[in-house]
Design a protein around this ligand. Structure first.
Ligand code: EPZ
Length: 422
């Protein structure tokens, strides 16, 4: 169990350049979608250092896909040599929610599959009721036994209509994967328009899928006979980019992120500007430095293009050093403030009441022993540790290694005083 020892400084700012990795939440659905293709799929700019990607590789191999990894070039080649197995084991879903995406691809290709129900996680329950309700509209039936959902469509997947009660990112991706080879036309309403979902749609269309916008948060999918493998470059990881920008915001440093489209972070960059950060954007880069005191702010998370729930824990961390009272309302998950008690151990003033967090900025934080409990909280705690006086020991950093490639090396590279401790 790896720990990070971080010697913070309330005065020394980070400085440097970070090459943004490919987006974890884009590459996972892209990898799952490879099941649908006749021949080889080539994915470039793959964040191979993110452990969830390794888990998805093992999952695909367990189903029978041939996966070739070209580490240096960050390329994955996935070939479907034979009919896939139709069982997605619990061990691939228990640590990685995105394993549920294999369900949509297997149903889309084979009209049936058995997938383990993903457990809850520290963010709160992670239900898949919308996914299942959508599959039913595509002429599927399902039953639950021993923690596995068995889904089948007797006469094959048929196009249908489904209106999501709430925007669901993997729900949208799953139903798209289930319907691209269906008989007939599928209409999906109130879909997620996260950049990662749009990247999946682009990839599928370039492989021959017929997916068209049909109004606000609405798409129509005309089923086709087959999809042809091709090359695709994974988009930059907007959550990773925001995370590293926050290292400069909380330590009065100066960071440049390259290989990221600033349009994916328009709302979040506006908030960083409002609280006193200087931001400069290029075509595929973002620079942040901070000279003045951080100002407080009020935000509410929302599906894209609103403020991303995944960026919220890092914003909460930097607001602990602002000059006043801030308020955050988390509208997506029921338990997304897991970093708060750890930052409070460093002397932060954060009061959580239901979905609301009130943060009273402090001049100084002090190093403490902390425990991470989920992917984004890990980075939020690290931010606090970087800005605190003295040393912090952050345990269970494996949560962070699920989604951040080269986390340790990147932090070292920008000047964080960090050591690994087993
Ligand atoms: C995706 O999770 C991301 N994960 C999450 O990123 C991200 O926080 C989340 O979208 C919201 O943006 C991946 O893409 C792999 P949802 P997902 O379905 O798809 C409720 C990270 O840190 N809901 O959009 O699982 C659900 O409980 C991770 O990288 C249902 O009620 O989230 C939540 O309240 C964390 N029933 C809301 O909808 C359903 O069937 C949004 O969930 C599905 C969802």
């Amino acid at each position: 169990m790896e720990k990070f020892l971080i010697k913070g400084s309330s005065s020394k700012g980070v400085k440097g350049l970070i090459n943004c990795s490919g987006a974890k939440n884009a590459v996972l659905p892209l990898m799952a979608s490879s099941i649908l293709f006749e021949n080889t799929v080539v994915l470039k700019n793959v964040p191979l250092g993110a452990n969830d990607v390794q888990t998805m590789i093992i999952l695909l191999k367990s189903l029978g896909s041939k996966v070739q990894i070209f580490k240096k070039k960050k390329i994955l080649k996935i070939t479907n040599k034979k009919k896939h197995k139709l069982l997605v084991k619990y061990k691939y879903i228990s640590t990685m929610r995105a394993g549920v995406l294999a369900m949509g691809a297997l149903i889309g290709k084979y009209n049936k599959c058995s997938t383990a129900l993903s457990g809850g996680c520290s963010l709160g329950p992670r239900p898949i009721g919308y996914h299942l309700a959508g599959f039913k509209r595509l002429n599927c039936k399902y039953s639950l036994s021993k923690g596995y959902i068995n889904i089948f469509s007797k006469n094959g997947i048929k196009g249908g209509h489904y209106h999501f009660p709430k925007v669901s990112v993997t729900g949208t991706s799953n139903l798209i994967l289930a319907s691209v080879l269906a008989n007939g036309i599928t209409t999906l309403k109130n879909i997620s328009i996260e950049p990662e979902v749009l990247d999946l749609i682009k990839f599928l269309k370039n492989g021959g899928a017929k997916i068209y916008s049909a109004g606000k948060r609405t798409i129509k999918i005309y089923g086709v006979k087959k999809l042809n493998g091709h090359q695709h470059e994974v988009i930059g990881d907007r959550i990773e980019a925001f995370s590293y920008l926050c290292t400069a915001a909380i330590t009065k440093g100066s960071i440049k992120i390259e290989k990221i489209n600033p349009k994916y972070l328009a709302t979040e960059l506006k908030v960083l500007k409002n609280i006193g950060c200087n931001i400069k954007v290029g075509k595929s880069s973002i620079e942040l430095n901070r000279k003045n005191k951080l100002k407080p702010t009020n935000i509410k998370t929302a599906p894209f293009p609103g403020f991303a729930t995944d960026c919220m824990p890092m914003l909460m961390a930097i607001l602990t050093k602002s000059d006043g009272k801030s308020k955050i309302e988390e509208t997506i998950f029921s338990n997304r403030y897991m970093a708060a008690p750890e930052l409070v151990r460093m002397g932060a003033k954060i009061n959580i009441k239901g979905s609301i967090a009130v943060i009273i900025g402090e001049d100084e934080l002090n190093g403490a022993d902390c425990i991470s409990s989920d992917l984004r909280s890990t980075f939020a705690i690290i931010l606090g540790a970087m800005a605190a006086n003295g040393t912090s020991c952050v345990s269970r950093v494996y949560h962070g290694l699920r989604g951040y490639s080269n986390l340790y090396n990147n932090l070292k590279k920008i000047g964080v005083n960090i050591k690994k401790k087993s």
